[in-house]
Ligand binder design. Structure first.
Ligand SMILES: Nc1nc2c(c(=O)[nH]1)N[C@H]1C(S)=C(S)[C@@H](COP(=O)(O)O)O[C@H]1N2
Ligand SMILES: [Mo]
Length: 556
């Protein structure tokens, strides 16, 4: 029988080798890969949404906080256990892969179910309708999700919606056509000829899908605009590039004789190595030239400040800042230090004129993040600022361009980046991570870390040998007054402290341990400025930040 014949029996339910669930899964995979490539190309070329990220971000927004925390803990645990690199950027790559994997899985499952349903149908339906239904069944939810969470696309929402539906309907139509062709082959009288037909058919389909994927992804990768428009931002701000970056000799403790032990993390973190945590797959990219910050609500004079207003009308404050994520595991790398520059929040609020019942600021961000800051706190702490520079250059898009808040002594979760508006209100309201079960205050906890037991930098003094041990200690804005080291079950011994960059940054410590052969356990603990010892008991990061004493083993 000719497989292209129109004279097929209407009822095909009795034929063996009809395509079913498993073949549907395979076809689903073959066809969804080029869909990902097409979305990638649409994004790179035209600024259309890359829907795998949208769906992933949406799921991350709607899942309960505990589930998200559990997921993050697993990712961070894997990265640290297998030493896959710097935690925050590796985690972002993992999220991207999970997002793409999620769309692939959706395509596989949807096509498998589609084949299964078609297989069980009593009558053949070789029209376009089943494909249209499949395409819309996947496309409409994805379109709605993308519309609700995407803030990176530069295309009008209706066009985006049409684009997403068109791609999925084309995918559904392809699934349907292939199902029909496979079904026709399966009713061939000669079973082995049918198998050969099917194999070469699948190879052709696979070849076409691979071609679309390679061309789409390749073009997309080639034509993608530089995702980091930061050099342009620097140029637009008319900054003299010689002035960008704090030079090592300019650091306030440059001549401190207490030198970091080799292997201690950098005291001043290069911005491109600063840890980075945000709720979205991709950071919002905001145009600084047209940007304005509205400050409204319970104020006498609502403001709408441009970046120039904020840079020029308020005295620039420079502060060295150690920022840490509340999810940072003990001894982790979600903590970094750089110089922040910004405008005093007290002065800005004074210009807006707070009304009598004004008590809190609701701060909203371009990525859908939000937090609440109490006005009492701002009144008590003149260091709180709206920051626009890091390391003497405009904030990068990853780190919150054009504006972020700085609040000393609080974990990062309380400090929105990419601020788009501020509303002065009378009552408190939980912010993004607080709603998901994290600490309302999120005061940074005292922590101390051993970065290195420098067995290859042994010091010889008076014919004795010493192993230098070093690391950091941090207590938010409460300063570090003392760090102690213990070896095995010995006494706690005081370490030397390097002057910090500011009262809110970490402090580098070092301890020279009289060398003894064998294997040893080194522990560290710190006291804050009021002499309070850090919490020694182990507690995980959720909900208030990790605590406990860090120990490392070394064999000498
Ligand atoms: N708008 C916005 N601000 C945000 C976040 C975010 O996801 N969106 N993450 C917060 C968290 S949890 C941390 S730890 C810090 C991290 O700042 P960084 O990425 O610049 O290091 O930003 C905070 N501000
Ligand atoms: Mo964080």
């Amino acid at each position: 029988m000719d497989i292209t014949s129109d004279k097929m029996p209407l009822s095909v339910k009795n034929y063996p080798h009809k395509p079913g669930f498993a073949l549907g899964a395979l076809i689903g995979l073959i066809l969804i890969v080029p869909v990902v490539a097409i979305f990638f190309l649409g994004d790179a070329l035209l600024g259309l949404p890359f829907v795998p990220f949208d769906v992933f971000d949406w799921i991350a927004r709607v899942l309960p906080g505990v589930v998200i925390t559990f997921g993050i803990d697993i990712i961070v645990g894997i990265i640290r256990t297998f030493q896959l690199g710097e935690t925050s950027s590796t985690a972002k790559i993992a999220e991207h892969l999970m997002a793409i994997g999620g769309l692939l899985a959706t395509g596989v499952v949807a096509a498998a179910v589609f084949f299964f349903v078609q297989n069980r149908a009593q009558r053949r339906n070789d029209g376009a309708m089943p494909g249209l239904i499949l395409g819309l069944a996947v496309g409409i939810p994805v379109m709605l999700i993308s519309t609700s969470v995407n803030f990176t696309s530069t295309v009008e929402p209706t066009l985006r919606a049409v684009w997403i539906l068109v791609v999925f309907v084309a995918w559904g139509a392809a699934c349907n056509l292939i199902y029909n062709d496979l079904e026709l082959m399966s009713v061939k009288a000669n079973a082995s000829a049918a198998a050969i037909d099917r194999r070469s058919f699948l190879l052709r389909v696979g070849g076409a899908a691979a071609t679309i994927t390679v061309v789409g992804a390749g073009l997309g990768a080639l034509l993608r605009p530089n995702p980091e428009p930061d050099s342009e931002t620097i140029a637009a701000a008319n900054l003299d590039t010689d002035q960008v970056g704090v030079r090592p000799e300019e650091l306030p403790n440059a001549d401190d004789p207490v030198e970091p032990v080799p292997g201690t993390r950098a005291e001043y973190t290069p911005v491109d190595q600063h840890y980075r945590i945000d709720i979205s797959s991709r950071p919002p990219v905001i145009d600084g030239a047209t940007y304005t910050l509205p400050i409204k609500g319970l104020v006498d004079t609502p403001l709408n400040l441009t970046l120039d207003d904020i840079r020029n009308n308020y005295e620039a404050m420079d502060q060295f800042v150690t920022l840490q994520c509340i999810s940072n595991p003990l001894g982790g790398d979600l903590i970094s230090t750089t110089q922040w520059t910004g405008a005093s929040f007290q002065k800005i609020l004074a210009d807006a004129g707070l009304q009598a019942n004004a008590a809190y600021l609701r701060i909203f961000s371009a990525d859908g993040f939000d937090e609440t800051v109490s006005i009492d706190l701002i009144n008590q702490d003149e260091r709180i600022m709206l920051a626009y520079d890091w390391d003497r250059a405009p904030l990068t898009s990853l780190h919150g361009f054009p504006l972020r808040i700085y609040i000393p002594d609080r974990y990062g979760m309380k400090q929105p980046k990419w601020i788009t508006s501020i509303e002065v209100v009378a009552s408190d309201e939980d912010g993004y991570w607080v709603r998901r079960g994290w600490d309302e205050i999120a005061q940074m906890r005292t922590t101390s870390v051993i970065d290195t037991v420098a067995t290859d930098s042994i010091i010889r003094r008076d014919s004795k040998f010493f192993v230098p041990i070093g690391g950091i200690a941090h207590a938010g804005a409460r300063e570090i007054s003392k760090v102690e080291v213990k070896v095995d079950d010995g006494e706690w011994a005081e370490a030397e402290l390097r002057a910090p960059l500011s009262t809110t940054t970490w402090r580098i410590w070092r301890y020279e341990w009289p060398f003894e052969e064998g294997s040893h356990r080194f522990s560290v603990r710190a006291y804050d400025g009021s002499g309070t010892l850090q919490i020694e008991d182990f507690e995980g990061a959720r909900p208030s930040g990790a605590t406990g004493i860090i120990s490392v083993n070394a064999s000498l």
